[in-house]
Unconditional design. Structure first.
Length: 105
C-alpha cells in the first residue's frame, strides 16, 4: 500500500461508489455490491481487486461467501499527509484575520 495506489484506486467513480456502499454497511458480498452498479460481475471484481491492492478493502470468508469490508486507514493517512497540513495555515490565517477585524471594529 502506497499513496500512488490509493490515489489510483480513488480516481475511478465506480470504485468510489463501492467504497461509499461499504461505508453505508460493511461486510457486503460481491453479489450485493454488483447490484449497486451497472456492470458485469467481472468488472466489479476488477474494481474490488484494485481497492484491495490499495488496502482500502479487506475481505473475509464467511462460509462460501467472501465479504468485503472498508479499511479507512489509507484514506486517513492520505488526509494527514496531503490535506491536513495544507489547511492548517489557512485556518490559522482566517482566525488571525477574524481577530484583527474584531479588534478594529
Amino acid at each position: 500500500m502506497n499513496d500512488d495506489s490509493v490515489f489510483k484506486a480513488l480516481a475511478h467513480p465506480t470504485r468510489r461508489l463501492l467504497l461509499d456502499r461499504l461505508y453505508e454497511r460493511d461486510g457486503r458480498s460481491l453479489t450485493e455490491l454488483e447490484s449497486d452498479v451497472e456492470m458485469t460481475r467481472f468488472g466489479v471484481m476488477k474494481h474490488l481487486r484494485v481497492l484491495e491492492d490499495a488496502g482500502l478493502v479487506v475481505t473475509r470468508r464467511s462460509g462460501r461467501e467472501k465479504l468485503h469490508y472498508l479499511n479507512p486507514v489509507p484514506i486517513r493517512l492520505i488526509h494527514d499527509r496531503w490535506i491536513d497540513k495544507y489547511t492548517e495555515r489557512r485556518v490559522s490565517a482566517l482566525a488571525d484575520l477574524k481577530h484583527e477585524l474584531e479588534e478594529t471594529a
